[in-house]
Design a protein around this ligand. Structure first.
Ligand code: HEC
Ligand code: HEC
Length: 378
């Protein structure tokens, strides 16, 4: 195979120079790999959920499962905070949360500061209700967190204008057959708190302070079946929620007493339908929430499918193996996390493998390459 034997000295120098070059190249390769290493992909709402369910740590990394089923590590500062402080994160043209929620002060929407860890942990209303602030997250319990609702749920009916004041949250003022005037949401509330009777009249206090009577048929049902009731150019609820069937939004029928009492999801979850309310308890009713609360951030497009409810798919975190050292400390904080044997399992390719292999290949190549120096060919 060797056509020529190069002089030993020249070969050694060449091999050494190439080896050094390769070590440099190999190292660069590893660093480059680290830099553009594939990040985890996950919906923004679910990333916040993983953080909250991990106890909402400020400094410790937390784990999440990416859409590819692999485990990644992320931190509050790098991966969560920007979701609140950067514009256009949730949808094009939407403002950053911190634009409106910028301080724990009366001037800030809901007296809330979403620009810092402390602010997010404090939640809303802590100036006017210092002993009963509205905590927007419950560490360890994302499913019941206000923040989750606000990020996922559309205000009903779709197309309600975003109103920066408290004034339109209870809907327009309506006048009943009996002549009493009251906000639409509060009229429905009076009916629910009276036990949601189908035929019996119920009483409510009008805006003038007097007592009036109303009935489901004449005064409540039209709020669900007529267009333009809640705001100009809004459809009737029953336009989208027209039957207890898979074709109807949320399998819900808001066109009849029966349907309203049944609530949503009763086809796919017959034993656990989503009740709109418990008669007598309007304050904790899901219907009240949907009629009053704006989806955050304002300006989110209304999407008729389930697909945009958890927000955009974003890139976050790092694959678990590269943060194995940091994981060890996170583990002590979260005893419920997966056993550490999973974490320590050696990564597929050790970091030195690539440069070592390239180095080896070059040494062999160098040994095989004929040299032009030395005595002329005979
Ligand atoms: C354009 C201003 C604006 C922006 C931007 C905004 N909000 Fe709001 N937010 C409000 C207003 C006004 C309210 C009160 C009215 C309401 O409840 O709909 C509110 C209410 C809330 C509440 C309810 C607080 C409570 O105590 O019930 C939460 C949670 C919330 N926003 C979170 C967010 C998040 C998260 C973002 C970013 C993804 C965001 N907001 C972006 C103005 C804004
Ligand atoms: C343009 C179609 C449309 C109209 C009109 C509409 N909805 Fe909806 N509604 C939906 C869709 C789609 C969903 C599911 C997405 C979501 O939760 O935001 C939904 C969800 C709901 C939910 C949540 C159900 C659950 O199980 O979580 C309630 C409650 C609701 N709507 C009530 C109403 C009421 C009350 C009105 C009228 C004031 C109304 N809707 C008007 C399309 C509509």
């Amino acid at each position: 195979m060797f056509r020529k034997n190069p002089s030993r000295g020249a070969l050694t120098v060449r091999v050494l120079v190439m080896a050094m070059l390769l070590i440099v190249l190999g190292a660069a390769r590893v660093f480059a790999d680290e830099a553009d290493q594939i990040r985890g992909k996950i919906e923004a709402v679910n990333l916040i959920g993983a953080w909250v369910d991990a106890g909402a740590p400020e400094k410790e990394p937390f784990r999440f499962t990416g859409k590819d089923g692999k485990t990644y590590m992320a931190t509050f500062k790098e991966d969560i905070l920007p979701l609140f402080t950067e514009p256009n994160t949730w949808a094009p043209g939407t403002a950053a949360c911190k634009k409106c929620h910028f301080a724990v002060s009366k001037d800030s929407a809901h007296e809330m500061d979403l620009s810092s860890y402390e602010g997010i942990m404090t939640g809303g209303d802590s100036v006017s209700k210092p002993d009963k602030p509205a905590r927007i997250i419950i560490p360890g319990n994302w499913n019941n967190s206000i923040l989750r609702n606000r990020l996922r749920n559309n205000r009903m009916p779709p197309g309600m204008p975003f109103d920066i004041t408290e004034s339109n949250r209870d809907g327009p003022v309506v006048t009943t057959k009996s002549g009493g005037s009251i906000e639409a949401v509060n009229l429905v509330g009076a009916w629910v708190d009276a036990g949601a009777p189908e035929k019996e009249p119920f009483q409510f206090t009008g805006k003038d302070g007097n007592s009036y009577e109303a009935t489901f048929e004449e005064d409540i049902l039209p709020l669900f079946t007529k267009p333009d009731v809640w705001a100009p150019r809004t459809e009737a609820c029953s336009e989208c929620h027209f039957a207890i069937s898979k074709d109807s939004a949320h399998e819900m029928d808001l066109s009849s007493y029966q349907g309203i009492m049944t609530g949503g999801d009763s086809v796919s979850k017959p034993d656990k339908p989503a009740k709109l309310f418990t008669p007598g308890d309007w304050a904790n009713s899901m219907l009240r929430e949907r009629l009053r609360n704006n989806r955050m951030p304002p300006g989110m497009p209304f999407d008729i499918t389930e697909s945009n409810r958890d927000g955009p798919v974003i890139e976050a975190g790092r694959p678990l193996q590269t943060s194995a050292e940091t994981t060890a400390s996170a583990e002590t904080e979260q005893p419920k996390a997966a056993p550490s044997s999973n974490v320590k399992s050696s990564p597929a390719t050790p970091e030195w493998a690539i440069p070592a292999l390239v180095f080896l290949a070059i040494v062999i190549l160098a040994a095989l390459t004929p040299t032009r120096k030395g005595p002329p060919l005979s």
